[in-house]
Ligand binder design. Structure first.
Ligand code: ADP
Ligand code: MG
Length: 522
């Protein structure tokens, strides 16, 4: 077989048919329901204790901090009440030694100091006024509520959330290791250090980045209706959506059910859908998926994510490429002048090429290859040469790589459509009575729109990712052509900034409601 046919054969392994997509949607909905009923399920369906999404009219000055893997970001956000906001931010790298500090105090006091510096720099007047007042007023209640900044804390590590501003660290990831923090409430760890510096800041909410995305999109999206789903397609993939409270059965009778605000009848659920179908009942599987899974520190886990997100797609492509290179008869990246038997010397792939190394191919390369419409695939060949040590790739080589890359990207987008459709269908967003008789070409009016916020480099930069999602949505039972038109997908930037601020706002409202209620009962 020639190279073109070999490439088509590999690309075909990534095909994910309409029938398979439909089957997966049904299974996704089943696993969502199961996750709402009990704990310990494949999809965690974590209650976030956030019970409303914003509509764009929210106002006020809030703070947000984001402890990701590498940086600590501090921002203040002014919500203007008209779907717009302004954001001021600073960012510092987290010193390596603090990631593995002896005590959590070392890390969290560092974080509090960054908040102090930020306040001095950007809100100096407010900061000094509060410090002055603190010095003259003795009782805590002497502080007026308006002097306090409510802060949303985005903490991107696994936590067991038990209230809107309360959650215990399950374990560290991403190179962090501070034993005494495990099992503690991370909001309290931060609040204690903030209080030690007498800062006018209250940790009002613990924020997951997916929930932040949902909130940010809901605030900025057009129209008055709230956003249904916030979804991330970046390094990983995950989604958070608005669920009916009475469907979250596992909250009933749990020790934390007192912390639930029941006024809206809704709650945002963090699906943790990266773990959908770890059992591979309905997910597609290829030899490349299998090899990748074995290379990971968590084989058999996050199987949905391993077929969709930026951390993995590059590696899937790399494994496919290496396979073709090793099967020399395919001629991929072959060096025609060599007669050696050693793979490394019969290919124009340099011996020290990152392509020989696990995780050596970045997912951004898929975007480059797929989007390459240059003459003779020049752009792809240049990238291969410059970044990947492939020094004499032919146009045929580049075309073969493009074909496989496109197939991997398309499958990822179709899988993303499974998650989106499942959430839309499970929450019954498309089944208003007038739809039954609606023809495919009936125009959609504004308030029929189902809004979805997305974030992440993959959905933002992979060419045609949204169109592939839409193509799949049109083929899904219960969505169809008309339903697909009713689904509006928009990029939600700054989830950990404006989204976290919005959660702080909601949390503050809830705290005040609770105070009023207590007051009334006395
Ligand atoms: P995070 O998920 O950490 O918030 P991003 O949303 O930027 O960050 O996603 C980073 C991931 O996206 C990485 O896995 C990277 O390989 C991938 N990526 C970066 N640029 C692109 C691109 N142009 N096309 C596709 N994937 C990309
Ligand atoms: Mg992100």
């Amino acid at each position: 077989m020639g190279l073109a046919q070999e490439a088509s054969r590999v690309a075909a392994e990534f095909e994910y048919s309409d029938a398979q997509v439909n089957k997966a949607v049904k299974e996704f909905i089943r696993q969502m329901d199961e996750g709402l009923e009990k704990s310990g399920t494949t999809m965690s369906q974590i209650p976030t204790y956030v019970t409303a999404v914003p509509n764009g009219t929210e106002k006020g000055l809030y703070m947000a901090v984001d402890l990701g893997g590498t940086n600590f970001r501090v921002c203040s956000i002014n919500l203007n009440g008209d779907s717009t906001f302004s954001l001021t931010q600073s960012k510092v790298a987290i010193p390596k030694e603090l990631m593995v500090a002896q005590t959590s105090k070392e890390l969290f006091s560092f974080l509090a100091k960054q908040i102090a510096t930020f306040l001095q720099t950007h809100h100096g007047e407010h900061y000094h006024a509060t410090i002055r007042r603190r010095a003259t007023i003795h009782s805590e209640s002497g502080f007026e509520e308006r002097e306090i900044f409510n802060l949303g804390f985005t903490f991107s590590f696994p936590v067991q959330q038990v209230g809107i501003n309360k959650g215990t660290l399950i374990r560290w990831t991403k190179g962090f290791d501070i034993a005494d923090a495990v099992g503690k409430d991370v909001c309290k760890l931060l609040q204690d250090e903030i209080d030690a510096l007498h800062l006018p800041v209250r940790v009002a909410a613990l924020v997951n980045d997916t929930v932040g995305t949902l909130m940010a999109r809901s605030y900025t999206s057009p129209g008055k209706t709230g956003t249904l789903l916030g979804a991330i397609f970046g390094t990983g993939t995950n989604g958070a959506y608005v669920e009916k409270l009475d469907k979250v059965k596992k909250l009933n009778g749990s020790e934390n059910s007192d912390n639930v605000d029941r006024t809206t009848g809704e709650m945002i659920i963090n699906t943790e859908w990266g773990s959908f179908d770890n059992e591979l009942r309905v997910l597609p599987n290829t030899p490349y998926d299998n090899s990748l899974d074995k290379e990971t520190p968590n084989p058999g886990i996050q199987m949905f994510e391993k077929r969709i997100s930026g951390m993995f797609l590059g590696e899937i492509l790399r494994l496919a490429i290496v396979d073709l290179v090793k099967e020399r008869k395919t001629g991929l990246f072959s060096d025609d002048n060599s007669s050696s038997n050693d793979v490394h010397s019969t290919t124009c792939l340099a011996e020290n090429s990152p392509l020989w190394q696990p995780w050596g191919l970045d997912t951004s390369f898929l975007s480059i290859a797929h989007g390459d419409n240059s003459n003779g695939f020049k752009v792809t060949r240049q990238t291969l040469d410059k970044d990947y040590g492939v020094h004499a790739a032919s146009a045929e080589d580049a075309e073969a790589v493009k074909l496989i890359a496109a197939a991997i990207g398309k499958r990822a987008a179709r899988l993303s459509a499974v998650a989106i459709a499942a959430v839309v269908l499970a929450t019954d967003k498309l089944s208003s009575p007038q739809d039954i008789a609606t023809a495919d070409d009936t125009p959609v009016n504004e308030d029929e729109m189902v809004d979805i916020g997305v974030d992440g480099s993959l959905v933002e930069f992979y060419p045609g990712f949204e169109e592939y999602i839409r193509e799949a949505l049109r083929q899904i039972e219960g969505v169809g052509k008309h339903g697909e038109k009713r689904i509006r997908i928009g990029i939600a930037k700054d989830g950990s900034g404006v989204g976290a601020a919005l959660i702080a706002l909601v949390a503050d409202k809830l705290a005040k409601q609770a105070q009023l209620k207590e007051y009334g009962e006395e």
